[in-house]
Design a protein around this ligand. Structure first.
Ligand code: SAH
Length: 218
């Protein structure tokens, strides 16, 4: 069963969103979506009081729910229109996935930790959201559902995955935090032609790593 979403939670959420706005997340569509999703549903009951601080948080399996500012910033960079197909790599808690769903996107999300995949699936179902959640390796993408209007990577990628560029529509955009270690450069890649790409960077962020199968242990 879902926990209650009290006036107190709703008030804290609005405060957090004001903080995000001051930091540059100004998109009305992003605000509306983030306001409609109780972030505390995605955190362990014992830590609910941390849900509306602008911080990343442990969600099990050594992974974290991204910082709210990061979720807002990445969602804004995507420049989504309702109905667009988005491929997300790193479902994690499912929080970012639900924000994309609320923005009207048709969302496909891959997670390689079975425990997190299963939990997100059950929670999003209870929220009446219906993304396609896949347990698998994000480096491979989902060729069967390609091409995508947007690709969003929510873990620190050591390089741009070739396969994911192929699955992006011409005119589409990938948002990817690039770099190994603790710091990544938020990068936007526009696919301008079959083999023609434009790139912009948007500052430093910190993500858990995007792991290849070699590094991965259940
Ligand atoms: N969007 C998530 C953020 C989770 S952190 C949220 O809102 O909670 C990043 C997630 O990426 C982790 O759950 C991690 O297990 C996952 N991940 C790392 N490498 C991956 C890969 N190669 N394929 C799919 N998921 C991956």
């Amino acid at each position: 069963m879902l926990p209650p979403d009290t006036y107190r939670h709703q008030g804290l959420r609005r405060q957090l969103l004001n903080e995000l706005r001051e930091g540059g997340v100004t998109s009305a569509a992003v605000h509306e979506a983030m306001n409609s999703i109780p972030r505390h549903f995605f955190m362990d009951g014992a830590f609910v009081e941390f849900a509306y601080e602008n911080k990343a948080f442990q969600i099990g399996a050594g992974q974290t729910i991204s910082q709210p500012f990061t979720v807002g910033f990445q969602s804004q960079l995507l420049e989504l229109s309702p109905g667009q197909k988005v491929l997300e790599i790193g479902t994690g808690s499912g929080y970012q996935t639900s924000v994309l769903c609320k923005m009207g996107a048709k969302v496909y999300s891959i997670e390689r930790q079975k425990l997190l995949h299963d939990r997100a699936k059950s929670l999003l179902n209870q929220l009446n959201l219906r993304p396609t959640l896949v347990y698998g390796d994000g480096f491979k993408g989902l060729p069967g559902y390609a091409p995508f209007d947007k690709v969003l990577i929510t873990c620190g990628a050591p390089h741009v995955p070739e396969e994911l560029l192929k699955q992006l529509k011409i005119g589409g955009k990938m948002v990817i935090p690039l770099g190994e270690g603790n710091v990544q450069e938020m990068t936007e890649i526009i696919k301008m032609g079959e083999n023609e790409y434009g790139r912009k960077t948007h500052g430093k962020f910190s993500f858990v790593p995007m792991l290849t199968s070699r590094e991965y242990k259940e």
